[in-house]
Design a protein around this ligand. Structure first.
Ligand SMILES: [Mg+2]
Length: 227
């Protein structure tokens, strides 16, 4: 391997993210528990979230709008203004969460920063991701922050071009096979999967990856021995 740039996914790779969505989803289900079972409420919400991705993109703001839309549908448009207010508050609480770095992250960045160019490659809401990076205290380790609307082949190629490297000089580390691994392998880069204990349903894929440029590791710290 001749790696020059190591790109890190942010959510659930550098810091905790998905558990906050799950907690909020739980509160959402409590608010609407008179209407449907928890299972059906979750399914309605997920369907609307996915349908809205193309319009709103990833992130908390789109999630808030999807919760309101789902609640309107579930209550057959009889949703009270109070509940809409509570949903908006749930979203604002998410936006104001402190940043909780995952174990080993800062140590890994410290050890790699002089040997490689480190970048962040994330999707989601621009303002929210910038806020999280600022609050994370690890901003200074990174040469470049790429916030993509979608983590697909074309956007990874754009990043590689921007970094002025060859595809095989990029190593991407992330918790999502769908977003952090598959497209990077597709364009000729190296990818390391570090699973997180929970993954959003939309990011889950059933796939066995057989590729010499792919590696699955248990923790982010294992990257130090792998390189
Ligand atoms: Mg992630």
């Amino acid at each position: 391997m001749n790696i020059k740039v190591i790109a890190f996914d942010a959510d659930d790779t550098l810091w905790v993210n998905e558990p906050y969505f799950r907690q909020t989803e739980e509160r959402f289900c409590e608010l609407l528990s008179d209407y449907l079972s928890r299972h059906d409420l979750e399914r309605e919400l997920l369907t609307i979230e996915i349908a809205n991705l193309a319009l709103y993109g990833y992130g908390i703001k789109g999630f808030i709008l999807s919760m309101i839309e789902a609640a309107m549908k579930i209550t057959n448009n009889t949703l009270s203004v109070e509940v809409i207010g509570q949903i908006i508050d749930l979203g604002k609480q998410m936006l104001n969460q402190p940043i909780e770095l995952l174990e080993g992250v800062e140590d890994v960045l410290k050890q790699l920063k002089d040997k490689y160019r480190l970048v962040v490659a994330t999707k989601g809401d621009l303002l929210d991701q910038e806020r999280k990076l600022r609050k994370s205290g690890i901003n200074h380790y990174f040469h470049h922050i790429e916030i993509m609307s979608e983590k697909d082949d074309a956007n990874y190629l754009k990043l590689i071009k921007h970094l002025d490297i060859r595809p095989e000089e990029l190593l991407m580390i992330g918790n999502s096979l769908k977003s952090d691994v598959m497209p990077v392998l597709n364009v000729g880069g190296h990818a390391v999967h570090v699973p997180y204990h929970i993954t959003w349903a939309h990011e889950q894929i059933e796939h066995t990856i057989d590729n010499e440029r792919f590696k699955s590791l248990d923790t982010i710290t294992d990257i130090l021995a792998f390189l």
